[in-house]
Design a protein around this ligand. Sequence first.
Ligand code: SAH
Length: 253
Amino acid sequence: MIRLFVPTPLAADAAVLPTLDQSRYLSQVMRLKIGDDLLVFNGRDGEWRCVITEVLKKGLVLKAEAQVRPPATGPDLELLISVVKKSALEFAVEKATELGVRRIRLVVTHRTQVQHVRMDRLDAIAIEAAEQTGRVDVPMIDEPVKLGELLDRWEAGRRLMFCDETGGAPATAALQTAGEDPWAVLIGPEGGFSPEERERLRALPFTTAVSLGPRILRADTAAIAALTLWQAAVGDWERQPRASLSTPQQNGA
Ligand code: SAH
């Protein structure tokens, strides 16, 4: 079934107004008509089955009928990634959303080259990825902040997986002893971390420096690799394999 993100509140009988683009997609591409159902979520109120009630010039009108899934968030995992060139950053945001990160913080490091970021574009990518993955939440994406400032006001209790291209503990070994704590994964820019940054990061009590193997990965690949390892070791992959979510219908029965 089609899943759509809307920013407005969802509650029983609430009118839901998709954007003109969404309306066009629903009626012209997907050929939905009055009386047809679709799933809608807004990142806060879970997932709702909505029915199309009106087709107007300015777009469709839906009515929220029933909540089919309650609000939920995945494990408390954040991605901290240096601003990198547009294509890599957009790819990382899309894949991090699919991989279930709760929040993405853009970071400016000593060697961060790219200055300009289209936040609206990144938000749209995260929303689209959330629509496709079946998430009922959408990761929040924070405007770029200097790495030093982020570390100065680090949240107590959150651990940091510092992906260090110059080496560290193998990531799988480092995560073996990890418990249920909140975590963040830190990925540097194309030029890597400066020696001063590396020194500071390694001296912090909440940081684990990890290696992602003998090859230098692009920042977007490194993000995917690190998030994957974390999800497999301490995230929700073990606890909640996809099969446990399927209804008989989805199994084709
Ligand atoms: N120019 C750097 C590479 C930077 S790669 C160099 O040649 O050394 C961009 C980021 O991806 C790095 O800062 C790091 O966070 C991550 N990364 C890439 N390969 C990695 C590896 N093998 N182990 C750990 N982190 C890695």
